[in-house]
Design a binder for this molecule. Structure first.
Ligand code: PLP
Length: 232
C-alpha cells in the first residue's frame, strides 16, 4: 500500500510537471492538494512520508477525526465539501483553507468563528461554472458581488475561485469551462487585486486545468486509488 501511494505520487507529480511544461509554466506554480476523503489516517501518513503536506477533506466528522489522529504532523488541511451553516465553527477552528464557500452567510460565520490569534482562513469562492442544476457553487454572474462582500470580512482571506466543471470526455469542453473560471478570476482581480488562486482540476482533468491556469489541483483517485462508493 505504502509503495503504491509513493508510486502514485511520483506519477502524478510527473504529470503535473509535464502539463506545466506544455503550458510554459514553472512546475512550482501548481500545488498538489491530496484529496484524502474516505481514506484512513495511515494513508495520509504514508503520503506525508513521501513529501505531501496538503490534504483535502469533504466530510466534516471524518476530517475532524483524522486531524486529531494526525496532530503530530505539520499538515495543511483544506475543506472542500459542501458546508452546512450550523457546522462552520469546527471548520473555522481546524482548517487552513476552505474551497467550497458559495454564499455570504457561510463566509460571515467562518470569519466570525475564526479564533483570534490565528491567521485569517484562506477561502475560495466556489462557482457553478457549468451551470448545472444540482451543483453547489454560486452562478458566475453572482461572483463579483459575493467576492467583494467576502473580501471585506476580517477573519477570512479571499484567495480566488474553485470549480468542479461538468464531467466530460471532451478535452476542448473541459478546457472551455476552466478558461471561463480563469476569465472570471481576471475580471474579479480588476476590482480586488491579489486574488492568486484557481482551485481546479481533479484526477480526470488535471491536464486541461493546468493548461488553463490552475494553481491548486485537487487529486484523490490518482493518488490513493478508486474510492468505495459512499453509503447514503
Ligand atoms: C473527491 C473530490 C476531488 C478528487 O476527485 P478525484 O477524481 O478522486 O481526483 C476533488 N475535488 C472535490 C471537491 C472532491 O469532492
Amino acid at each position: 500500500m505504502i509503495t503504491s501511494i509513493s508510486e502514485n505520487i511520483d506519477q502524478v507529480s510527473a504529470q503535473i510537471a509535464k502539463a506545466c511544461h506544455l503550458a510554459g509554466r514553472s512546475s512550482d506554480s501548481v500545488s498538489l492538494l491530496a484529496v484524502s476523503k474516505t481514506r484512513p489516517a495511515e494513508d495520509i501518513r504514508a503520503a506525508y512520508a513521501c513529501g505531501l503536506i496538503r490534504f483535502g477533506e469533504n466530510y466534516l466528522q471524518e476530517a475532524l477525526d483524522k486531524i486529531e489522529q494526525l496532530s503530530d504532523l505539520p499538515l495543511e488541511w483544506h475543506f472542500i465539501g459542501p458546508i452546512q451553516s450550523n457546522k462552520t465553527r469546527p471548520i473555522a477552528e481546524q482548517f487552513d483553507w476552505v474551497h467550497s464557500v458559495d454564499r455570504f452567510k457561510i463566509g460571515q460565520r467562518l470569519s466570525d468563528q475564526r479564533p483570534p490569534g490565528m491567521a485569517p482562513l484562506n477561502i475560495c469562492l466556489q462557482v457553478n461554472i457549468s451551470r448545472e442544476e444540482s451543483k453547489s457553487g454560486c452562478l458566475p454572474e453572482e461572483a463579483p458581488a459575493l467576492a467583494r462582500q467576502l473580501s471585506a470580512l476580517p477573519g477570512i482571506r479571499l484567495r480566488g475561485l474553485m470549480a468542479i466543471p461538468k464531467a466530460s470526455d471532451d478535452e476542448q469542453e473541459q478546457r472551455r469551462a476552466f478558461a471561463d473560471l480563469r476569465h472570471l478570476l481576471q475580471q474579479l482581480n480588476s476590482d480586488l487585486p491579489g486574488l492568486d488562486t484557481l482551485s481546479m482540476g481533479m484526477s480526470g482533468d488535471l491536464n486541461p486545468a493546468i493548461a488553463e491556469g490552475a494553481t491548486i489541483v485537487r487529486i484523490g483517485t490518482a493518488l490513493f486509488g478508486a474510492r468505495a462508493p459512499k453509503n447514503a
